[in-house]
Design a protein around this ligand. Structure first.
Ligand SMILES: Nc1ncnc2c1ncn2[C@@H]1O[C@H](COP(=O)(O)OP(=O)(O)OP(=O)(O)O)[C@@H](O)[C@H]1O
Length: 212
């Protein structure tokens, strides 16, 4: 079954055309959205989870129209977006455990992801004292600890040290969902083992789709 179907999708922000006539089909597996800054990768992912409504065109995700069926789709999609604000006054543990209770995360997946990303070493401290990489790991946990049919990760490989990057790649390879969509500038070697499909973006269009 197709997980994402986009047909002639356009997204404008005032005078800026972020996506122009993008058509895309995502089936099972790992998909990397690759392209330079400003090429439309994050906009595409935001349309997939329903944060944005297309200016023109059609998108369905797991059979839902994301912007209209945001809540029902939200039960089946786990995501982490670069720059999402974190509650700086809470400890990492309060935030992650609270989020997981709300989202219905899997305890085993959470324990495994926390341990492998090294979050347990600091998560009893308030978030306001965290480095960028430490905050990044909390954002990743929001997706990597959830049981979902579709995982959407915006720039998951930035700000991480080498070991955390390897662990993140390995956790991504083990995700139980049908498909994982990742916006990135780089393809770390361990991700290549998942035999990802690579969708290349340039100035708001898809210029190439290939298998890594
Ligand atoms: N909320 C917004 N308001 C106005 N313009 C926006 C908005 N979001 C994105 N854009 C513009 O849309 C274009 C595509 O941005 P997008 O964030 O999708 O690119 P990207 O490929 O994810 O870039 P990066 O690799 O830097 O994250 C850019 O020109 C950007 O300035």
């Amino acid at each position: 079954m197709e997980v994402v179907v986009a047909e002639h999708l356009w997204k404008r922000f005032g005078p800026t055309v972020a996506l122009r006539d993008v058509s895309l089909r995502v089936e099972e597996g790992v998909y990397l959205l690759l392209g330079p800054n400003g090429s439309g990768k994050s906009t595409m992912l935001k349309l997939v989870v329903g944060f944005l409504k297309p200016t023109r065109g059609r998108i369905t995700v797991l059979g839902y129209t994301p912007w209209r069926d945001y809540t029902r789709l939200g039960e089946r999609v786990a995501y982490a977006f670069e720059g999402m604000p974190l509650p700086w006054w809470m400890t990492g543990r309060e935030f992650v455990e609270g989020y997981c209770r709300l989202r219905g995360c899997d305890d085993e997946m959470l324990a495994q992801a926390c341990g492998r990303l090294g979050v347990l070493d600091y998560w009893d401290r308030p978030i306001f004292g965290y480095s960028s990489g430490m905050k990044k790991k909390l954002l990743l946990l929001m997706a990597l600890a959830a049981r979902a049919d579709l995982y959407v990760l915006d720039e998951p490989f930035t700000l991480l040290d080498r070991k955390s990057l390897e662990e993140t790649c390995s956790l991504i390879a083990q995700l139980p969902g049908k498909a994982t969509l990742i916006a990135t500038h780089i393809i770390p070697d361990p991700v290549k083992e998942t035999k990802p499909s690579v969708i290349e973006f340039y100035e708001g269009t898809i210029t190439n789709v290939r298998r890594e």
